[in-house]
Design a binder for this molecule. Structure first.
Ligand code: 4NP
Length: 161
């Protein structure tokens, strides 16, 4: 059994691809790449098919994460059946996801930072219209959330064998 995780933001070119790449590396470093599947998507459709924003890729690369293989896509209704965790970067994304999911889904839909262990912040702020430091903040929050998420999934019984 694999655990499937979908990270969601608005455009799928800044925050959710960052979470995708950071969690991918954490999972690979833990040797769990065959047990945990990862994807990301946007609630909006403006950037479908595009790689992550250059500023996002640059900030990620400085911390050792390669996001160049990722391409934006939009969330679909099937995602709520295909994934075990659908994790929103902010409350607006979460509201959109909840209205899409209706009551049909039994996957876990929540804010990604609910899993963070260090930060008291609940949302990953949208860096798109801001300066370079916003992309750093995204990485810091995402690394915190990713560590906590992996511990939760391991605690729920992912085998390391
Ligand atoms: P993201 O950032 O949701 O973290 O990918 C954004 C990217 C693009 C836009 C908004 C937010 N946009 O309006 O195009």
């Amino acid at each position: 059994m694999t655990t499937k995780v979908l990270f969601v933001c608005l455009g799928n070119i800044c925050r959710s691809p960052t979470a995708h790449g950071v969690f991918e590396k954490l999972v690979a470093d833990a040797g769990l790449q065959d047990k945990i599947e990862i994807d990301s998507a946007g609630t909006g459709d403006w950037h479908i098919g595009r790689p992550p924003d250059e500023r996002t890729q640059r900030a990620a690369k400085q911390r050792g994460y390669d996001l160049s293989h990722l391409r934006a896509r939009q969330v679909t209704g099937a995602d709520f059946h295909d994934f075990d965790y659908v994790l929103a970067m902010d409350k607006s994304n979460l509201k959109d996801l909840r209205s899409m999911a209706g009551d049909k889904s039994n996957c876990h839909v929540s804010l990604f930072l609910d899993f963070a262990e260090s930060s008291w912040k609940r949302e990953v702020p949208d860096p798109y219209y801001g300066g370079e430091d916003g992309f750093e903040t995204v990485l810091e929050l995402v690394e915190d959330g990713a560590r906590g998420l992996l511990e939760t999934i391991k605690g729920a019984g992912v085998s390391e064998q």
